[in-house]
Design a binder for this molecule. Structure first.
Ligand SMILES: Nc1ncnc2c1ncn2[C@@H]1O[C@H](COP(=O)(O)OP(=O)(O)OP(=O)(O)O)[C@@H](O)[C@H]1O
Ligand SMILES: [Mg+2]
Length: 398
């Protein structure tokens, strides 16, 4: 994947003279040291991250951790104190005002928490706003605004005023306005935080649906860990202006790495987060006969066996006792059709629902080929704990 947006060693000091603060940080001081010595606020402290094309990259953290400062630095509403912001490999920090305006108009769009709609302009004029700044002709910008209003489900609302719309609808207008410019990077700062829970869930689903066709690169800021898990392809967690953890949703839950991160993960619903593939055990061939290939737990531990055809499709299963006999005698015995088959991407909640007492569980891929097995023990222990498993490659604990 290409890296659309890269942040390298970014600092933001809120002070007329950031140099002294940067020096303190370079010498190992933190946000509090800088504040005590200089009275200056550290907004960002050496933040580096990398957002691939098409990602839904979540930035989360408590209030005051620097999330909005990061978002505002990326389109330079806040001037970074040090560091680089690479857009497709090109640093936008040194850009002059003119070039910067171009980047803001064409490359990066923002969606804010409080919608920031112009109250005395109609919905359609709000949506057209960015295009007007860009000098797009009235006919063309109206056409484009109509188009994006239907994308967000507001085709009939263009000639209403913002106050005639509900909160959720107003946020759709905010989204339409951001989409209208065709910028490939969307920065959404707490975009859904002001919405009622039900509308919020609806907007999250809507964004996931839209993203499947739009394939934008989205940096989404939230203080809600559930939202980060639901939407994110990767999550960066901030604290005190620093990035303290970065990784996939599953790996962060499995291995928070610090009490700060663990506190977010405590409440989450693992059964909805993890899939069968993430807990399954690998298997290895044990016997081959005219019936097919018998596979069982690679570690040789107890558990069921499965008989596969040449394509890797499951023909039948042996329970643990029958597999033990087969291992001992070298005779496969008769496979049974009494097993449960679940797709690798099935969430553990679904696996638990389809589980039938004592029956072997075969995990299969999209083509129906066997990829592994999982037992009720793995299922329950993953649902109920954060039991350690090594973090995936590329994970960062800072
Ligand atoms: N213009 C500013 N001048 C001085 N300090 C600022 C300014 N903007 C932000 N800060 C400080 O920078 C730090 C990070 O603020 P920021 O708004 O980025 O936090 P946040 O993570 O977005 O919080 P929230 O979840 O409340 O939106 C805070 O300590 C804040 O007080
Ligand atoms: Mg904020």
């Amino acid at each position: 994947m290409t890296e659309r947006l890269q942040i390298q060693n970014l600092y933001k000091i809120f002070s007329a003279n950031p140099e002294a603060a940067l020096q303190i940080l370079a010498n190992g001081g933190d946000k509090n040291t800088v504040f005590d010595k200089l009275g200056a606020v550290v907004g960002l402290n050496n933040v580096s991250l990398s957002v691939p094309q098409g990602a839904m990259y979540m930035v989360m953290g408590l209030s005051g951790s620097g999330k909005s400062t990061l978002a505002r630095c990326i389109n330079r509403l806040n001037e970074p104190s040090a560091g680089k912001i690479l857009l497709d490999g090109r640093d936008i920090v040194p850009l002059k005002e003119e070039e910067l305006r171009e980047v803001r108009r064409t490359r990066i769009s923002m969606v804010f928490q409080h919608f920031a709609l112009l109250p005395n302009k109609r919905v359609i004029e709000n949506v057209e706003f960015g295009l007007k700044l860009r000098g797009v002709s009235p006919a063309e910008r109206r056409r484009r605004a109509d188009e994006v209003l239907s994308v967000v489900g507001l085709a009939r609302w263009g000639y209403h005023f913002p106050h005639e719309l509900s909160g959720g609808m107003r946020q759709r207008v905010g989204l339409a306005r951001a989409l209208a410019t065709d910028a490939d990077i969307l920065i959404m700062d707490e975009a859904f935080s002001a919405l009622d829970p039900l509308i919020r869930t609806e907007m999250q689903d809507e964004l996931l649906r839209l993203q499947r066709t739009l394939n934008k690169t989205i940096l989404f800021i939230t203080h809600d860990f559930q939202e980060a898990l639901k939407l994110g392809t990767r999550i960066a967690i901030m604290s005190e202006g620093e990035l303290v953890r970065e990784g996939t949703p599953q790996s962060i839950v499995l291995e928070p790495g610090s009490d700060y991160v663990a506190a977010f993960t405590r409440e989450i619903d693992r059964a909805r987060l993890f899939d069968a593939r993430s807990v399954m055990r690998a298997t290895a061939p044990i016997l081959q006969s005219e019936r097919g290939i018998l596979v069982g737990d690679a570690a040789g531990a107890a558990g069921p066996g499965f008989v596969l055809d040449g394509e890797g499709r499951v023909l039948g299963a042996l329970d643990a006792a029958a597999l033990g006999r087969a291992r001992a005698s070298g005779e496969m015995g008769t496979p049974s059709s009494d097993y449960v088959s679940v797709p690798g991407n099935a969430k553990l909640l679904e696996v638990a629902r389809s589980y039938r007492d004592g029956r072997p569980i075969a995990v299969v891929d999209e083509d129906g080929r066997f990829v592994g097995t999982l037992g009720v023990d793995e299922l329950l222990s993953r649902i109920s704990s954060t039991s350690a498993k090594t973090a995936s490659a590329g994970d960062r604990h800072v």
